[in-house]
Design a protein around this ligand. Structure first.
Ligand code: HEC
Length: 201
């Protein structure tokens, strides 16, 4: 009976691992962090998009710009306090100059764009890095029809004007449906690996 249970449990564990092939070969610490990061991304995107949608419906896209400009960083800050994850949005063509990617992020964004062109699904476009004392995670953000109102190639003149006023260095237009617009980039401090501590009482 116990044997059957163990086999069942093992089957469960392996099924779960098989569902996430990107992390199957990594340590359980990495798996835990990836799972946590995915949860935070889901929360962040899951709150931001409906907010943007309802604001556009209520007051139009020009007046919804503040959701992206102010609500997004506010939400990121709230989630940081709740979860310990630092959250930012980055893009190879940033609207906000503060969204310029660093070296690692640039590399991942280029990779996401290449994979997307080769037909990868949005859910596959994520990656992680376990550094000496930092864990990083990125999830690509893909444009849908809503995004193109403010990031597409033929903007309503009122939106174009409002964006130019606020973001004179705006590079975040000209996107097509399904393009990689950017990514949500997460990082968290993790305990540094201390080899001396291994085996001590
Ligand atoms: C109402 C206009 C509007 C819509 C609709 C919109 N955005 Fe944005 N987006 C902005 C503005 C404004 C910023 C700059 C925010 C800031 O100041 O940080 C921005 C910034 C971003 C950034 C951060 C990087 C950068 O370029 O500064 C990402 C990623 C992004 N948007 C993705 C999306 C996606 C994906 C959608 C569709 C789900 C979307 N946006 C819909 C206006 C919009």
């Amino acid at each position: 009976m116990l044997g059957v249970l163990v086999t069942l449990l093992q089957a469960l564990v392996f099924t779960t691992a098989a569902a996430a092939p990107a992390i199957a070969d990594d340590s359980s610490a990495a798996e835990r962090n990836v799972a946590e990061a995915r949860g935070v991304v889901t929360q962040f995107a899951g709150m931001l998009k409906p907010l943007l949608q309802s604001e556009i419906q209520a007051v139009g896209p020009v007046n919804a710009i503040h959701v992206c400009a102010e609500k997004a960083p506010e939400l990121a800050q709230t989630l940081r306090e709740e979860t310990g994850w630092h959250i930012r949005r980055v893009s190879l063509q940033p609207r906000n100059p503060g969204a310029r990617p660093d070296v690692w992020e640039t590399e991942q964004l280029r990779q996401f764009a290449a994979e997307r062109r080769a037909g990868a699904a949005p859910s596959e476009l994520n990656t992680y890095l376990l550094g000496a004392d930092t864990f990083r995670y990125m999830q690509a953000q893909i444009t849908d029809g809503l995004c193109l109102l403010c990031h597409g190639d033929s903007l309503d003149p009122a939106i174009e004007h409002a964006l130019q006023q606020r973001y004179p260095e705006d590079k975040a237009t000209g996107y097509k449906l399904g393009d990689v617009r950017g990514a949500i980039s997460l990082s968290k401090r993790v305990a540094p690996v201390d080899n001396d501590a291994v085996g001590s009482p």
